[in-house]
Design a protein around this ligand. Structure first.
Ligand SMILES: *Cc1c(COP(=O)(O)O)cnc(C)c1O
Length: 364
């Protein structure tokens, strides 16, 4: 069986460095907001070309803390794509604001610019663009629209560490970029972790306060914040892994290129728009008879999964915020046709050939 994701090979390749880093923290007894988090924040900001970085507990918290730092809450609307992990819009609901769903582009699966603009009302405070599967959303265009309407652009970069648009790192176009270091992401920790990056000094100050119970000075609280901190062990391990992300993303792109070539005529392969540097968190194709196709692959030893089987505007959890009969045709088509294939830098050429050959055997 070739699984959709396999982390053991990568761990073995960097085991000594990772274990030394974790041990260094254990022995230091500095576990919260110590030198590792500070160093990793500086390194991650520099790597992305942003002025600041704020380590937080996970990617969901990165989004929620950003929204709260911007003062977004009850009565406000935030525009989101429906074809994404629930955290994108869930974070909006957690602040008391309302997620409003806009449609996607079928070629990249990212939010559609016109649909996002049409969804803007007097209550809209922000648009969240998700760089889904590792491909940059059109944040250059969305930024112009956000500026014209006096609202914020927030970037959900959970699947897109290292992804570029016109040579610039995602997460640096809007007011902030929100990252997840969940173990399966392109830069994954040994547990939960997240990061917010920003070029805005004022936002940086607010986000720091939200992270740490609304306090700048210990035991003096200017607002109700929360406790969502990246911990020292995660930071130490992520510092090791950050050194390899470019190399890993390069290999992901080579795997994708091999798939693209082998799957011509078998599936609609992913688009890489001009100016984009796709980092293939997922390699997601569109196929007819998708459910039968996924079963066929799984029965023949090839992992294949559906990201995502239910669009967010169709989820029970959002039934109270979505009008009856509301429909987003492109996203609903994606929901029926998408299938993600095994994708990780350690996939070898023989496995890639096996996967392609197996896909070719499917009879629609
Ligand atoms: C993983 C993910 C998140 C949430 O990150 P966590 O660290 O799991 O909280 C948010 N948005 C997207 C698009 C994701 O893929």
């Amino acid at each position: 069986m070739i699984p959709v994701l396999e982390l053991k090979t990568q761990y073995a390749a960097i085991q000594q460095e990772v274990e030394e880093a974790a041990l260094r923290v254990l022995r230091s007894t500095r576990y919260i907001l110590g030198p590792e988090v500070q160093a990793f924040e500086e390194e991650f900001a520099a790597w992305n070309g942003s002025a600041h970085a704020i380590g937080v507990g996970n990617g969901t918290d990165a989004l929620q803390a950003s929204l709260r730092a911007l003062g977004i809450g009850p009565g406000d609307e935030v525009i989101c794509p429906p074809h994404t992990f629930i955290a994108t819009a869930g974070a909006v609901s957690l602040t008391g604001a309302t997620p409003i769903f806009a449609d996607i582009d079928l070629d990249t699966f990212n939010i559609n610019v016109e649909s996002a603009e049409k969804a803007i009302t007097a209550k809209t405070k922000a648009i969240i663009a998700v760089h889904l599967y590792g491909h940059a959303a059109p944040v250059d265009q969305l930024k112009k629209i956000a500026d014209a309407h006096g609202i914020y652009l927030i970037e959900d970069c959970a699947q897109a560490t290292g992804s570029l648009l016109n040579g610039q790192h995602v997460g640096t176009f809007g007011i902030c970029g929100c990252f997840s270091f969940f173990p399966s992401k392109n830069l994954g920790g040994i547990g939960d972790g997240g990061m917010i990056i920003t070029n805005n000094d004022e936002f940086y100050g607010k986000a720091l306060m939200v992270r740490n119970h609304g306090s700048k000075v210990r035991y003096y609280h200017d607002m109700i914040g929360t406790n969502t901190r990246l911990d020292e062990i995660q930071a130490a391990v992520l510092r090791v892994k950050l050194k390899y992300v470019n190399e890993w993303n390069t290999r992901r792109r080579a795997v994708a290129a091999a798939y693209n070539k082998g799957l011509e005529g078998v599936a609609i392969t992913p688009t890489e728009r001009p100016g984009c540097y796709h980092v293939y968190h997922q390699y997601t194709v569109r196929v007819p008879e998708r459910d039968r196709f996924v079963s066929f692959l799984n029965e023949h030893g090839v992992g294949a999964v559906i990201y995502y089987p239910v669009e967010l505007h169709m989820q029970k959890a959002f039934a109270n915020v979505v009008p009856a009969g509301f429909s987003l045709p492109a996203s609903e088509q994606a929901m029926k046709e998408v299938m993600s294939l095994p994708m990780y830098p350690e996939l070898n050429d023989e496995q890639i050939s096996t996967i392609i050959d197996t896909l070719k055997q499917f009879k629609p």
